[in-house]
Design a protein around this ligand. Structure first.
Ligand SMILES: C[S@@+](CC[C@H](N)C(=O)[O-])C[C@H]1O[C@@H](n2cnc3c(N)ncnc32)[C@H](O)[C@@H]1O
Length: 463
């Protein structure tokens, strides 16, 4: 792939070999690592935990018993690798998440699987209430889901609608847009299984949401759960005197070695992102000019995050930055890095132009453990000898590592308003489920509710 200063208009590398002797933006490098059809992380063996049957919470004494039953249900994954330890990973606990098998193979668990069917039913309630309020009886219920994993959420939502609103069910259509052929096959298998009777209402489209071209003019709901976290980001550092942004690029040598470098030439999405942010509620430069101390505390939500780099790089004092540059001349008078969600911005453009009447329902991680250095930085991890291995850079052998970014929900809601022109709301995972889930059915005998208590680092965005 010859992509010096490539812009995203160049399609994903379809070569079976990892690129050599080229330069590309960090965003393109991460996208290729995750999504390359031959060696990308999502083309390899990705497996999502699926419990054999839903847990009956009234049979469980407490949260500990829930954990024991859950770990027991992992036994069926023993043939996934060759080690029998039971590990788990909800990207919150930094625990192991798979059964060996060499680097790159991973078993995820997600709330839609772990708490099925109750989690899907909570979302179905939300969809039905909003559909009845805004579209019924004039429009059909049309649901799109990008990145549907095993297809469990789709089954749970369709079952719930069929059971509770058979008339609405008759006019429901559910379309999955899935980048991974392996997971699209799992989704088809679930759909064709005896338990599912929804085949005539569901369509599975095996492609990336970034390749979507058709315009969907009808009102529809658009679901994306744990999908934003794998959208590639670009990286920017700022000149410590002038504040000018420099974009990160990766040079790959003829031997496949990686070298990061920074250039003031910004690609169109990086430039668009930085421009939009300055015009929005969470401008960085506009607010820097105001009272420094006052702003630091007032804007804690956006300028500080819970990850390794808590403060936006341009808020770091000049003196400290200069000192750091003296100690490390390779920093070239630039600040610490900031990772910016350029593919999320692109996704919002797809929503705006291809799904103009959509209502979004998304959930993801608001913070992550073990992130690499930088503001809004990702966790980069793989699995070796049945253990999670976290590394300190995204420049790692393409396809062998998951690269997971946190989402700043308040900021994302503002970006959504700027791009799409609609209002969206945010809620913590707990708050959203308290409103829409069947709390009684998911409470153990001593009153614990694992569905509300787990995933404290997740949140919802809905419009
Ligand atoms: C962590 S899994 C979550 C699966 C499911 N939503 C759940 O919560 O169980 C991420 C899903 O998004 C899919 N995905 C990632 N990037 C995508 C893209 N650009 N277009 C479509 N699907 C994508 C993955 O293949 C996978 O199905």
């Amino acid at each position: 792939m010859k992509r010096a200063f490539a812009s995203d208009s160049i399609p994903l590398n379809v070569n079976a070999q990892r690129p050599k002797n080229v330069k590309m933006t960090t965003g393109d490098f991460i996208e290729d690592s995750l999504y390359n059809p031959s060696y990308g992380y999502f083309s390899k063996e990705v497996e999502i935990y699926h419990p054999a049957k839903p847990l009956d919470y009234s049979d469980l004494k407490d949260q500990d018993e829930f954990m024991t039953s859950w770990l027991k249900s992992y036994e069926k994954y023993d043939n996934f690798g060759n080690n029998n330890n039971n590990n788990n990973n909800n990207k919150d606990n930094k625990n192991d998440s798979k059964k060996d098998g060499g680097p790159g193979l991973q078993l995820w668990h997600t709330p839609s699987e772990l708490f099925q069917p109750y989690y899907g039913e909570a979302l179905a309630r939300y969809l039905l209430v909003n559909y009845m309020l805004n579209q019924y009886p004039y429009k059909d219920l049309i649901i799109y889901e990008a990145g549907a994993g095993n297809g469990t959420l789709m089954l749970n939502i369709m079952d719930y609608i069929k059971r509770n609103q058979p008339d609405v069910y008759e006019r429901t259509r559910y379309k999955i847009i899935e980048i991974s052929s392996k997971l699209a096959t799992s989704q088809r298998a679930q759909l064709d299984s005896k338990i599912s009777q929804h085949s005539d209402k569901v369509e599975i489209i095996n492609k990336s949401i970034f390749e979507w071209e058709e315009v969907v003019p009808e009102p529809c709901f658009f679901i994306a759960l744990e999908v934003f976290d794998n959208f590639a980001h670009d990286v920017v550092r700022y000149d410590i005197d002038s504040g000018r942004p420099y974009q990160g690029y990766v040079a790959i040598s003829e031997h496949g070695d990686f070298q990061e470098f920074y250039n003031p030439e910004l690609d169109e999405w990086t430039s668009a992102f930085l421009g939009l942010r300055e015009q929005g509620k969470f401008s960085v430069f506009r607010d820097k000019e105001k009272s420094f101390l006052g702003k630091q505390f007032k804007n804690q939500g956006i300028f500080f995050n819970r990850n390794s780099q808590r403060r936006h790089p341009i808020y770091e004092s000049k003196m400290i930055n200069h000192l750091k540059n003296i100690l490390n001349p390779l920093r070239s008078n630039l600040s610490a890095p900031e990772y910016i969600p350029t593919r999320l911005l692109k996704f919002f453009h797809i929503l705006k132009y291809k799904f103009p009447e959509h209502q979004l329902l998304a959930s993801d991680f608001s913070s992550l453990p073990e992130v690499i250095q930088g503001y809004n930085a990702p966790t980069v991890q793989t699995f070796l000898n049945n253990r999670v291995v976290n590394v300190s850079t995204y420049m790692v052998l393409q396809g062998y590592f998951d690269i997971i970014f946190p989402t700043d929900f308040k900021f994302t809601s503002d970006l959504y308003r700027q791009v799409i022109g609609k209002v969206s709301k945010t809620a913590t995972h707990t708050a959203f489920l308290e409103q829409w889930a069947d709390i009684e059915a998911t409470t153990t005998r001593n009153g614990d509710n694992p569905m509300l208590d787990f995933y404290k680092n997740a949140a919802f965005l809905y419009s």
